[in-house]
Ligand binder design. Structure first.
Ligand SMILES: Cc1cc2nc3c(=O)[nH]c(=O)nc-3n(C[C@H](O)[C@H](O)[C@H](O)COP(=O)(O)OP(=O)(O)OC[C@H]3O[C@@H](n4cnc5c(N)ncnc54)[C@H](O)[C@@H]3O)c2cc1C
Ligand SMILES: NC(=O)c1ccc[n+]([C@@H]2O[C@H](COP(=O)([O-])OP(=O)(O)OC[C@H]3O[C@@H](n4cnc5c(N)ncnc54)[C@H](OP(=O)(O)O)[C@@H]3O)[C@@H](O)[C@H]2O)c1
Ligand SMILES: Cc1cc2nc3c(=O)[nH]c(=O)nc-3n(C[C@H](O)[C@H](O)[C@H](O)COP(=O)(O)O)c2cc1C
Length: 611
């Protein structure tokens, strides 16, 4: 190899040096030689002491998030921090209460959007999106943006809101500075990948003079946004608090068709704090019996060392127990398994199942099977533990609405947990976290927890205002917290609770407490709907309709409405009933009733915590 003066590549023209180069007689084509010479020159130039680069001009970038349970908000904060560290002026804000006009006024925006419902925005972001979809909306020609979509591929409409929003922004004239990335429950890797593209794109824009001039008009973040950005949680999903269990008791009767538990942990002496309405995140552990069965079936040693992205080197058993999701299946897992199986020829049917026209069969296959079924039905596919680890999604924390009040239950967090158990394909199965509570914890155990704030689900600040709470099943949880909180702070506003479950005899959760609060008139009204105590089903929304005149009069008195529990059916039916009450009692046509409900939301008087 020869050397040549490399002035053209040196960052400082006064510094000349020699770099290796490929001579013409070397056994390469001209094209290969040219490529290698450039490669060597670039390598060399980056190794030279370089003059400190000119700082790039800073851009004002709005970091916006559409988030419900906090993932998007957390990532938005990380992005804002990195942009700030790179010298840009990043303001952070939720899309809740944000207007399309504000977006049109931005020059650069970074948007993180999660999906809920049936491919919808998070509840609180619906007004923003609805406005954005209205016809006369100002164009977004001035806006350059990047979008990260959050979702969960176990849902039918994976990342749909992120996709829709991205398409809408482009349709309105917005310019996408880097490709949208869609994150499944394993957020870290796609987020990191997207962040690299984003930061590269921002650097490129900042280095172009034309963009520089447009990037003026710097304003600082709103005081509220800055204050909340500063507030950092002491314990997070990556750094949970190990809270000792102080109480665990069934709330359902032994003969009930289901088990719902009251779980209390101590946070005394810790930095953990919460407000009524928040949720508690729990880091679960898989069932060791299932993990051992998987290891046995695969003939893998429990101690086999494996590498995980965050945890680093751990034993295979630890990886399966604490870090990876082994109970459920999804398309990606089946694809990975089939890809490995293709080489061994053991996955014929599985490959058919992955054809696009077989989607409904794939859904049926995945619905009530887990990894263990795959190993039995298509054996001898995985021979390398690393392949297994690579195909499994990360085990994610589970959230539980807190059912205690910091004012009434100082030093404790209570949760109300429905234990998920079912039988399918000749196997008794259970939800990872809820069966961990039920079967694998005692009052000697400590639970790794953190607080997931839910700022959208707060009691009215004016304690004289009435509240209407609708929470069947475990939906009662935050309302028990609200009631205790209101009593502890001597709130004088009226309280109305709609509760429902399967049967009064076996499933009347917190019966004694509620009846006692009703007796002493603190709980102004308690309306109950026990669905299986008569021939036809009776649900909370039936009770709402029965009491429609009074419900309406409470609304006229300024009551706030809260709904918690099942998102798939209950929350939708309750929402429809609220519209019906407005139509019937307010004498409004459907459109006006929809405006009435929207107004409640705009006034922060209609809140939902549904899952
Ligand atoms: C904001 C929020 C608040 C919440 N609050 C509460 C609360 O207060 N109380 C509470 O109990 N839960 C609450 N949840 C739900 C909770 O987080 C967990 O999702 C729930 O406990 C199940 O977790 P798991 O690990 O036990 O089950 P997982 O291991 O997650 O398994 C549940 C999955 O099993 C499958 N499954 C369940 N039943 C069947 C069946 N019959 N056939 C086939 N497949 C089935 C489904 O895919 C289901 O999604 C809340 C969720 C959110 C997002
Ligand atoms: N697999 C299990 O064994 C099991 C057991 C408990 C809970 N879970 C799961 O755990 C979660 C929470 O359970 P949970 O105890 O909170 O509630 P839940 O048991 O799902 O339901 C609570 C009450 O709500 C009723 N309900 C059903 N559909 C409704 C609707 N459209 N509108 C209003 N009310 C409706 C139920 O009636 P009906 O059920 O009589 O229709 C029941 O009376 C749910 O997702 C549930 O699927 C699973
Ligand atoms: C009740 C509920 C409904 C959801 N619906 C969808 C969905 O339809 N499509 C999807 O891709 N993800 C869905 N998800 C997954 C969330 O989008 C995902 O967990 C995301 O990381 C949440 O982000 P956030 O914490 O910022 O709200 C749903 C999650 C919950 C709890």
């Amino acid at each position: 190899m020869s050397t040549v003066s490399a002035t053209p590549y040196a960052s400082n023209a006064t510094q000349t040096a020699t770099v290796p180069f490929i001579p013409e007689n070397a056994p390469f084509t001209a094209e290969q030689r040219a490529w290698l010479n450039v490669f060597l020159a670039v390598m060399y130039s980056s190794a030279q002491p370089a003059k400190a680069p000119e700082p790039l001009p800073s851009l004002k970038i709005a970091v916006l998030f559409a988030s419900q349970s906090g993932n998007g908000e957390g990532l938005a904060r990380k992005v804002a921090k990195e942009l700030t560290a790179k010298g840009h002026i990043a303001t952070i804000s939720s899309l809740e209460g944000y207007t399309p006009a504000s977006l049109a006024a931005e020059r650069y925006a970074v948007i993180i959007a999660s999906t809920y419902g049936e491919g919808d925005p998070p509840d609180a972001v619906e007004p923003f999106y609805n406005q954005l979809c209205m016809q006369h909306f100002p164009r977004l020609e001035n806006l350059s943006y990047a979008l990260l979509a959050l979702g969960d591929s176990n849902y039918e409409h994976f990342c749909k809101f992120g996709r829709d929003l991205d398409e809408k922004l482009t349709a309105l004239g917005g310019y996408r500075i880097c490709e949208r990335v869609e994150c499944d429950v394993d957020l870290d890797e796609p987020f990191a990948h997207w962040k690299v593209s984003l930061l590269n794109a921002v650097t490129e824009i900042a280095s172009k003079p034309s963009s520089r001039t447009k990037a003026t008009g710097v304003s600082s973040a709103s005081p509220a946004a800055s204050a909340s950005a500063k507030k950092t949680a002491s314990h997070t999903r990556d750094n949970p608090y190990f809270a000792p269990i102080v109480e665990k008791r069934p709330l359902t009767h032994a003969v009930s068709s289901k088990l719902t538990l009251h779980m209390a942990v101590s946070i005394a002496g810790s930095e953990v704090s919460y407000e009524a309405g928040d949720a508690c995140g729990v880091i679960p552990q898989n069932d060791p019996h299932l993990v051992d069965e998987l290891l046995h079936k695969l003939k893998f040693s429990a101690d086999f060392p494996v590498e995980l992205p965050k945890a680093g080197g751990v034993s295979l058993r630890t990886a399966l127990l604490d870090h990876l999701q082994v109970t459920r299946l999804n398309r990606r897992m089946i694809e990975a398994y089939a890809a490995i199986g293709q080489t061994t020829g053991h996955c014929g049917n599985l490959i058919n199942l992955l054809q696009p026209e077989q989607q409904s069969h794939l859904d049926t296959y995945c619905y009530d099977r887990g990894l263990i079924d795959l190993l039995y039905e298509y054996p001898e596919v995985i021979h390398d533990p690393a392949d297994l680890v690579a195909m499994l999604p990360k085990l994610t924390p589970r959230l539980y609405s807190i059912s205690s009040s910091p004012a009434a239950h100082a030093g404790e967090i209570h949760t109300t947990v429905a234990v998920v158990r079912y039988k399918s394909h000749n196997r008794e199965r259970g939800g990872v976290c809820s069966t961990m509570f039920a079967d694998r914890t005692s009052d000697q155990s400590r639970l790794p927890i953190y607080i997931q704030p839910n700022k959208k689900f707060r009691l009215p600040q004016d304690t004289t205002k009435p509240v209407i709470m609708i929470g069947p099943g475990t939906g009662i949880a935050p309302f028990r917290a609200f009631l205790h909180e209101r009593r502890a702070v001597a709130a004088t506003g009226k309280n109305w609770l709609f509760f429902g479950d399967r049967s009064a005899k076996t499933d009347f959760l917190y019966r004694d407490e509620l009846e006692s609060m009703q007796k002493d008139k603190f709980l102004t009204r308690l309306d109950l709907a026990f669905s299986r105590d008569q021939e036809h089903k009776v649900y909370v929304q039936d009770r709402m309709l029965e009491q429609a005149p009074m419900f309406w009069s409470w609304l006229q008195d300024g009551a706030s409405v809260y709904v918690c529990g099942d998102a798939s059916r209950m929350a939708k039916d309750v929402d429809a009933t609220l519209h019906t009450i407005a139509e019937r009692q307010g004498g409004m046509p459907a459109e006006a009733a929809a405006d009435f409900v929207q107004n409640l939301k705009d006034q922060n008087r209609y809140h939902r915590d549904v899952y």
